[in-house]
Design a protein. Structure first.
Lengths: 145, 145
DNA sequence: TATCTTTGAAGAACAATTCTCCAAAAGGAA
DNA sequence: TTCCTTTTGGAGAATTGTTCTTCAAAGATA
């Protein structure tokens, strides 16, 4: 994420290239994802953006998230059956706390590499992959004692 | 999974050790998971077991799945927001088709190993981890043309 | 057998997500 | 600018996966 406003312009362009428009609501939702370190849920994004757009509805948040996902501006991950949204950075592993549901990013250099050639033997065409480590975060580990 | 009936006995023992009972319904649900290669959903398990137990309710399936999960007899994985159940074999990667939602097991020897020591630096206590490769299965790849 | 506990069926309840409808706003053409 | 077409977003209902509640039946224990 070199330059934020530059990145936002890129996404706006991609939106228009698909015949969509960059609206204030969409911009605000995208910013909310980019600025949050916590992999927020749709509900959390809704609450945050609502501060600036009181008339915003949750359905709009969901619709926008789908669009952003298609554009590759965000990535959806499911934790405990609930969708969370990650900025679409280089692939990196996730630490997921099974107690407080926090999702922690690991640096991309800790991402394992796929055995591509072996996969090809399955006739499977990989698009992306995820590595999730489940366990207890330091805070919850403490709390459990 | 050396010997099926032996394994079922092991699980029954663990159930009783926790003050639960091995009932015909639970046995049928467990068998359904063990015998299915498709990582079935609760709904699919329900439909299959219903053939033998027409009075079985979906809620019972869910309750049983939770119990089996606690016993370590099955593992839950979420695909597209829907829970699916895997026999609890040695850790292995999953191929997930983004079009037909099929989940394909890879052999355990293709599972990557975690950089345990690096994880420890985060104060994170890992319990288990998952590797999921998303893409198109051979059939869906064909169908898309 | 009498008693205490665990179980599972049924359906209501719940929560996350999606759908439907429609009025308002944006973009393009004249 | 003005008209026309298309996209958008809001409101709330609907849908769907999952959980909860209640209660009678079955199992275990003494």
């Amino acid at each position: 994420m070199e330059n934020l406003s530059e990145y936002l312009t890129t996404i706006s362009d991609r939106l228009r290239a698909r015949g969509h428009r960059m609206t204030p609501q969409r911009m605000a939702i995208l910013r909310a994802i980019l600025e949050s370190p916590t992999h927020p849920t749709a509900e959390e994004i809704y609450r945050q953006v609502s501060a600036d757009f009181p008339m915003l509805s949750l359905a709009t948040v969901y619709k926008t998230l789908h669009v952003l996902k298609e554009l590759g501006a965000t990535r959806e991950l499911t934790v405990d059956g609930i969708s969370r949204y990650d900025r679409n950075l280089p692939p990196h592993p996730h630490l997921v706390c099974v107690r407080c549901q926090a999702v922690i990013d690991l640096p991309p250099e800790m991402m394992v590499t796929l055995p591509e050639e072996a996969l090809a033997g399955y006739g499977f065409h990989p698009l992306w992959y995820e590595v999730s480590v489940y366990g207890l975060c330091s805070r919850c580990l403490e709390a459990k004692k």
